[in-house]
Design a protein around this ligand. Sequence first.
Ligand code: FAD
Ligand code: MLT
Ligand code: ZN
Length: 432
Amino acid sequence: MSEAAFSLGSLRTIVGDAHVLTDPDVIRPYAHDWTNRWTGHPLAVVRPSTTEQISAVMRACATTNTPVVAQGGNTGLVAGSVPPPRSVLLSTTRLASIDSIDRDARQVTAQAGVTIATLQEHARAAGLDYGVDLGSRDSATIGGTVATNAGGIRVVCRGDTRSQVLGVEAVLADGSVTSHLAGLPKDSAGYDLGGLLVGSEGTLAILTKVRVRLCEPLPESRTTLLVGVASIGKALELLENNRERGLLAAEFMSRSCIELVGEFAQLPDPLAAPWPFYLLLETADSPELPTDADAVLDRRLWAYRERQTDSVSSLGHVHKLDVGVPLHRLAECVAALPGVVTPHQVFVFGHLAEGNLHVEIVGPPYDDDAADVRVLEYVASLGGTISAEHGVGRAKARHLHLSRDAASLAAMRAIKNALDPQGLLNPGAVLP
Ligand code: FAD
Ligand code: MLT
Ligand code: ZN
């Protein structure tokens, strides 16, 4: 079949004139990533509102061999939804409806463009909650968090996005629709396609609906405290001592991160004395603390942690890495990082219980990722991963071999070629 010429007209027929955007000023917010490090040049931004429209858009793009990049809230941090030239950016923001809560099964189905904050509100209105929470909740979508298998601040007590997903509906590269939203507690009929699409970053299908489990809300009586600690080792000790205390969160920040957020967000120094590291701990029961701990208790202390991303980004060209290392290698990793990124500066914060470090390198221009590569290679040498929760995107595709062996990469490529033989779905993301 000969390749038809790409036509905006066909897209306008499908979604309506108002939802095919081509004006450079209008599409700019869609075309660059949250860090402003990467900018794309799509042919158009298309905003469908139904699964059927997405299916028709995919079929139209398949006939013209036009790549399609799905985008939710555009809060991704690995350039996953930055559209390459000659592609169509498909925004899911109009897929914003949520079904009523299934209270007995404690489940709900939502369209892919629903934000995490909206999903949380909907669940909380029914006396439940959605398990995943992250600083980008007001913009990040359920479709985007499933596509990246987002983690966040509650993984220690509720698991990551993958463990919330019970089923998906998605449009494949040929426009066909796969739907499995029953949410049955036991269902072992064939391959777990939904599981395969979690973390696939828009390279295997476009998620249109997701069925997730819901959980109990956080206890109102929970204790939130910030503790100063002399080392990562001490922070890990506190973590272990509080696992049986209904641990709800364990977020750590280095001293330079506290100083930076203090300056950026006008927050006072939180403790009596400066400490090398800070642990934000949240427990359902009363926390276990050394008697001489320098600690303060207040739910508002989350600001020191939640404002990290903005604060670091205010420093201009920041190379953001999101790595994971085994807990028993965490202290040596954090100690070694300043040396690994020399002569550049590094800020380190993250999710302690998962050994998930956000390594923010300040100094090198955006097109010089030598320090990034040194960090990723070092983390791989510790048995760690180049992506703990943000995904691979375009930013780390060429480093994927550091975390996946040749056979795994070949199997991934075989799956990609089978489901998307024309290579239309988010080309350049995940697999180099
Ligand atoms: P986008 O950025 O729009 O897209 C992300 C990827 O998913 C792209 O590859 C895109 O192609 C794909 N995609 C999007 N929608 C679909 C769909 N419907 N079907 C198929 N593919 C799709 N991440 C964490 O894991 N933990 C955190 O704690 C966290 N905190 C953050 C805090 C801030 C302030 C910011 C800015 C980001 C944070 N992130 C965090 C990163 C980000 O929010 C997540 O990666 C989130 O999952 C992205 O969701 P999104 O809807 O914005 O997706
Ligand atoms: C976080 O934990 O704050 C996020 O994952 C975002 C970031 O890495 O800046
Ligand atoms: Zn994070």
